[in-house]
Design a protein around this ligand. Sequence first.
Ligand code: AIR
Length: 176
Amino acid sequence: MKPVISVIMGSSSDFPRMEKSLGIFREFALHSETHILSAHRTPDAVTEYAKLARSRGVKVIIAAAGSAAALPGAIAAHTTLPVIGVPLVNPDGALAGLDSLLSMTQMPAGIPVAVVAASNAGPENAALLAIAILAIGDDTLNEMLVQYRQRQTAKVLERDRILNEKLRDPSRGQVF
Ligand code: AIR
């Protein structure tokens, strides 16, 4: 089966955080492909990948990088596919993720990159946004997204119930 979603990351050091996206795709039974490609260290490979992705059947590209995170923009420059940037924190960096966030959100007019949260929520939200894009033309996938949100809502309401139960108990210890 051809992968419809692609997850590209700038370094193998990004993988532990991007694994979350892959887990979401497994949950939705979506076929994705994953590569390590760097806008600066492997510029020709990034260009080649971006140019061929659409003809290979890819529909959405997630591009994650830390520091001088040119990867989503470099990919977007060579494809009309939607590109979702995930700004990561480089633990060896000095700017705590502000560098990658600004790199991804300052694209020039004409070459858009959608950027998700600059936090631990980023990889999950990138996957969910990619799925939402695919779900525009796929009712089954959309139903799975609706159910994902329903489970999430139920979890929060359950936490609320537990919280209030504990708050009513004067002998309570730590609430959460
Ligand atoms: N990076 C790699 N090529 C260009 C950039 N901006 C990013 C990686 C990673 C960070 O630099 O995405 O988040 C540090 O990479 P490494 O390989 O030194 O651990």
